[in-house]
Design a binder for this molecule. Structure first.
Ligand code: FVH
Length: 308
């Protein structure tokens, strides 16, 4: 479907995510040009109306808005550093939806700007089948001018949340959210392995995990408030109690023949919190410890949102 007046967009990278992004632009009537390093991945999109470019430079030249979504920052640089590609960037907006670090985003923003182009960095908080559907969130930061110009087109992919002019901000949120996600998944893997050590089927046990995690999640806003106000005292589950109980998680893992490598760092942090004199505080006090480098022997310190 092509809806008259919808601006053209280019998608570079046709992995699982790039294909989903290009498909969402097509669904919303945007003339869509695609390019992928390895040929042969654009066939289905071409059948739906996409134009396959022969080169990355040709793909960039085809649209004022160029979305790149490839494996990593090194791949982005590989593509854009080719002279024809970097020359084609001038006057366009590059939206980089490749997973990367805040530092990589800021470096790329400077480089893209030096090529005479606008830059937006993004983090996709969705898996490919969610793209373009309710629940898909795309974090975005960088050039306000570029965001104003292209917000409507980008919203074909999902809800787009603009986090300000600092190109690194979207990556910071993305990586922080993924950190929370991997903590949850790591806990789930451990739980299933442990229950499975006595032949409890994962499918039987998982509903209980989901319900338990949902109950625990309701405590996060209070922990956030404790951290922001630097008052970790209002707790029904103090660190000393938790550090003592956590030893049982490690011991049970060992007794059942289940690896404990996912749990050990948390156990060590709990004990470091108690050793730092924070045993009466709640779990949120540990965030202060994460802000220090134990190898340097520095004090836990405290949260001071105004100092950075
Ligand atoms: N898929 C997901 O669940 C997550 C959801 C959240 C966001 N991530 C990030 O999205 C980026 C792309 O992920 P993907 O799922 O599309 O990844 P793949 O299917 O593995 O496709 C990788 C594409 O990258 C191309 N590529 C790799 N290296 C290079 C290079 N040196 N030069 C040019 N292109 C390169 C690769 O091309 P090819 O191998 O087909 O030639 C694919 O198009 C990623 O940052 C996720 O973290 C996805």
């Amino acid at each position: 479907m092509n809806i008259d007046g919808r601006p053209p967009v280019t998608v570079i990278g046709l992995g699982a995510m790039g294909k989903a992004l290009a498909g969402a632009f097509l669904d919303n009537g945007h003339p869509t040009t695609v390019w992928n390093r390895t040929a042969g991945k654009g066939g289905e999109l071409a059948e739906r109306g996409a134009t396959e470019a022969a080169t990355a430079a040709g793909a960039i030249a085809a649209s004022p808005l160029v979305v790149v979504c490839v494996l990593d920052d090194a791949a982005v640089r590989d593509i854009l550093s080719a002279p024809a590609a970097s020359e084609a960037l001038a006057g366009r907006t590059l939206v980089n939806l490749t997973n990367g670090t805040p530092r990589q985003a800021r470096e790329l923003a400077r480089w893209v700007s030096a090529q005479g182009a606008d830059y937006l960095d993004g983090g996709i908080m969705a898996v490919p089948p969610m793209i373009g559907r309710p629940g898909s969130l795309v974090l975005c930061s960088g050039s306000p001018r570029a965001f104003a110009a292209h917000e409507r087109t980008l919203s074909a992919t999902g809800t787009v949340s603009y986090l300000g002019e600092d190109a690194g901000r979207a990556a910071l949120y993305d990586i922080a959210l993924l950190s929370a996600m991997y903590g949850m998944f790591g806990g789930f893997l451990q739980a299933v392995a442990l229950a499975g050590s006595e032949k409890v089927p994962a499918t039987e046990f998982t509903p209980m995990v989901v319900s338990w995690l949902n109950a625990m999640i309701t405590g996060l806003p209070n922990m956030a408030k404790a951290y922001d106000t630097n008052d970790h005292s209002a707790t029904v589950s103090n660190l000393e109690m938790q550090a003592t109980g956590f030893v049982n998680l490690l011991e049970t893992g060992r007794d059942q023949g289940i690896g404990t490598e996912l749990l050990e760092p948390m156990g060590a942090l709990l004990h470091r919190g108690v050793a730092a004199g924070r045993g009466g505080d709640g779990l949120s006090a540990l965030i202060d410890l994460l802000r220090t480098d134990p190898a340097k022997g520095s004090d836990a310190g405290s949260n001071d949102l105004g100092s950075e």
